[in-house]
Design a binder for this molecule. Structure first.
Ligand code: ATR
Length: 273
């Protein structure tokens, strides 16, 4: 019988996960069925239970259910625990394993796809919400020289830095007091959603800096344009989307698919839509 997977969200119609996983399955010769599941806002747990009863083996979880997925899991990976959120579920009998592949997906896109090493580098992470929290542990696991968090509400960045202090060299700073330059600047704020720029000074971008926005779209984000104007090489989050999917696929199927062709195809679609 074909193993069933799904992406669960609300809304979910826009999700590119079904086509990404269909490409991975074709490439690796795995027989899987991957669908979109729209869960009612008050019905995430029931949707998961129904899907398991119908033979579901695993699921990706997207907005706004990543915290509910975290609460529902009977076992959590260390990186899901650190993220406080789950984007990947694996079902095994009564057990529900919760993982979070967003952070390793970001790291894979920066290190492997963009060819930018993180070890020993000064990294600035903008934001202190769920997206930022989700990538801190995988970034620290790359042994950066320093990871500095900056957030509009400074106290949230300070609290996060304190929480992860044992995991590596992490500090918090006000936007106004940021002591640049940095080698790598990652925008994990929601500012790009409303075409706004986080209040960073141009001086944060070091010589040959690399700037990454977790968001993606047809056009470069405001942050990417600003970074490029100040000499940085820029990249959006489309590769992170593909890499987090590859990590989920690995968890479910035991094989990590190649991602370059899938990413190129998505980029083409995005630019021609
Ligand atoms: P997410 O899950 O996307 O991280 P979130 O938890 O609501 O969403 O967090 C949004 C993040 O984007 C926060 O760090 C927020 O800053 P505050 O903590 O000060 O609210 C940040 N953010 C949103 N809009 C922003 C803007 N226009 N400029 C700078 N930061 C912004």
């Amino acid at each position: 019988m074909t193993d069933r997977y799904a992406v669960i969200g609300h809304p979910v119609a826009h999700s590119k996960s079904p086509e990404i996983h269909a490409s991975f399955a074709a490439q690796t010769g795995q027989d899987i069925d991957y669908q979109r599941l729209l869960a009612p806002l008050d019905g995430f747990n029931q949707t998961v239970a129904d899907f398991i009863a119908a033979g579901g083996r695993g699921a990706n979880v997207t907005l706004p259910f990543k915290l509910e997925a975290f609460a529902l899991a009977t076992r959590l990976s260390a990186r899901a625990q650190a993220a406080g959120a789950v984007n990947t579920l694996k079902f095994d009998g009564d057990a529900i394993f919760g993982d979070n592949t967003d952070g390793v997906g970001l790291v894979a896109d920066i290190v492997r796809n963009a060819g930018v090493a993180l070890a020993g580098r000064r990294i600035l992470l903008l934001g202190a919400g769920g997206a930022a929290r989700g990538v801190i542990l995988p970034l620290l696991q790359q042994a950066p020289g320093e990871l500095v968090l900056a957030n509009r509400t400074a106290a949230r960045a300070a609290a996060l830095a304190q929480e992860f202090a044992a995991a590596g060299p992490i500090a918090a700073s006000d936007f106004a007091d940021l002591a640049g330059p940095f080698d790598i600047v990652i925008n994990a704020t929601a500012a790009s959603l409303s075409a706004e720029l986080p209040p960073v000074a141009p001086g944060v971008f070091g010589r040959a800096a690399f700037a990454y926005d977790l968001m993606y779209g047809k056009e470069p984000t405001v942050f990417m344009r600003f970074a490029a104007q100040h000499g940085a090489a820029v990249r959006d989050g489309l590769g992170m989307l593909v890499e987090q999917a590859a990590e989920s696929f690995l968890l479910w199927r035991g094989v990590r698919p190649a991602t370059a062709a899938v990413l190129a195809q998505l980029r083409l679609q995005l630019q021609t839509q």
